[in-house]
Write a protein of this length. Sequence first.
Length: 447
Amino acid sequence: MKVGYKMKKFINVCEYILFLFFLILIPFMKDKLSILLGLPIIVIIYFLNKKINIKNFPLFIFIISLVIRVLVCIYLKTDITDDFKTMLDASRSVLNNNLSFVSTMYFKTYPYQIGHVLYQALLLRVINSVLFLKIINSIITSLTIVFIYLISKNLFKEKTARMISISYLFYLYPLYLNTVLTNQHLPLLLSLIVIYLIVKKKISYKVSLLIGVLLAIANVFRTESIIFIMAISVYYILTMSKDNYKTIIKNVLLIIVTYFVLFNSISLILNLTPVKTKLTNNSGYWKFYCGLNYKSNGIYNNSDAITYFNENKDGKELLLNRINKDKTKFPLLFLKKEVILWTQTNYDLRIDNNINNNIFDFILHFNQGYLNLIILLFTLGLLFIKNEKKEVLLLKILIFIYYGVYMFIEISPRYAYILHVLIFILLGLGIEGISDIIKKRWKNAKV
């Protein structure tokens, strides 16, 4: 699939804008010197990866990931709190044939969360244990790492793909998320399968139909699939040519139609069950109202929640008032939000283990330093655009759209879960770009 010269120039300009977006964040990264803690891990992974050849690597990385995650779930004591506790309690109510939770304020406001509630209830019917839910999460997130490898393998060299997936093993925040029953794990896995299908398979009606189905199912658990629909559409439009534009347009439309028809059908069917509710968002302005709060940096806060939900005010009016009042502060707010979202993970951790404070502080410093290093390598990698495969563009578009969306809506470190997965995959740009420079200089030095 050849891309026109003018379109290629436009894509290159957008890629450099994306580079600038992340370059701006680097001076504001928290605890910059902690990068030195993560650097030895990356170096060790790089050299061990070059020396050791593991047969059946996907199975190897899955088993290692699963063992680590299950052990963390057993050892780490984390209370199920906030939205996750509400959804867990609702799942237990379903087991007891009690659907009264549907009429509570939370589920009247966010009925789209019921998909995850019913999914957990189904699992709890098999084994009624929170640990069982965490182990299922561990299996799903281990498969996620397998797909990180499979996607990377189709974008970069085999050794680079292995290094990327192993590197993700040492990122600690996802291990924590395994234990709090977040509703992000299964949608992330389904979304990665979609990316894999696009980078691995040629576009066809079967592939497009499957992509639409997977995104619709993912949206039942977490309403982010529309971002993937947008990114996929933009990707195919930017890379289509005169020879295949009809095929591309038909397949993109098939993805969109399949997604909307299936998701809305599931929602309508759910409304016909005793649950009697659709998977809708009955508070569409809330995420924006909260996300544009300059004082809270766009993070959830009780003051906004009380104002928005308890004073019977019109959400649109509240949002417009906030925009008119604080619009001059938005540029700084956007910068602060992106820094927090992409480069920080630690401030919402809730761990009840009696861990020595010094050890715990070291773990947090390591995690922060490791993330800083990954973001730095990813940002440098955005400069190496000459030899990259065109499918890399899909991941860049996804990151670009997420970057833009989170300027305006509520943020939280855990919302960066999927964002960091995308960054880890594109870590291959930095690894291979820097490696090529070192090899050339080494070769020139010998000559």
